[in-house]
Design a protein around this ligand. Sequence first.
Ligand SMILES: *Cc1c(COP(=O)(O)O)cnc(C)c1O
Length: 239
Amino acid sequence: MRIGNGATELDARGREIAANLQAVTGRIGGAARAAGRDPASVRLVAVTKTFGVDDVRRLAALGVTDVGENRDQEAAPKAAAVPALRWHFIGQLQRNKARSVASYASCVHSVDRVRLVAALDLAAQQADRTLDICLQLRLDDDPAHGGAASRQLPALADLVEEAGSLRLAGVMCVPPSGADPDSAFAAAAAIAADLRRTHPTASMFSAGMSGDLEAAIRNGATHVRVGTALLGGREHFLG
Ligand SMILES: *Cc1c(COP(=O)(O)O)cnc(C)c1O
């Protein structure tokens, strides 16, 4: 990624984010090259949750094109303020938020059930938009965690493909806490590859965060979702 050249216009926070972005871009490039992959085959989604719209603008000024949020209440006003970015919705999503999310998101990473597919399709249709959809894969046995079990993915993928205003983009996963990231991403990548045999458009593999992006890239991640390493810890967030 090209890092914006407006260095002299950056405030102190902008310089901090620029340095973080350079480090993250370096990590992505290093991991990709180590895996024999083109660094350009990995897209950075900057996760801006809990950080203000000023930080979103700073990231955009530095050349970031894709941003991610996990709560609609927070994402909607930020997306309205900086609509030129590609907004990714990455959090657990309730059906009653589908209409709002479909109005600004380019991609929803966290689709994990039939009724959410239907709600997003209707909402996208009403907004006259097409949404990219990733199916979120759950890698543990606790249904309280977001995501669908691997055996549910093909039927969900069929439904997304049949939906007029959705496009099946791929698979997203978050490793269970405490799991070894390499094993978790390898397992998820195998399931995603299986799905692609019957659903060839599902080429996106959204995997990897600040702490484990190298392992994700080794295992084929096309999109990494990075918050802390770009913007710092979220301890300022009380909620
Ligand atoms: C917050 C969040 C991230 C970013 O995590 P960091 O560890 O801060 O990089 C990625 N994916 C999802 C689904 C998230 O909720």
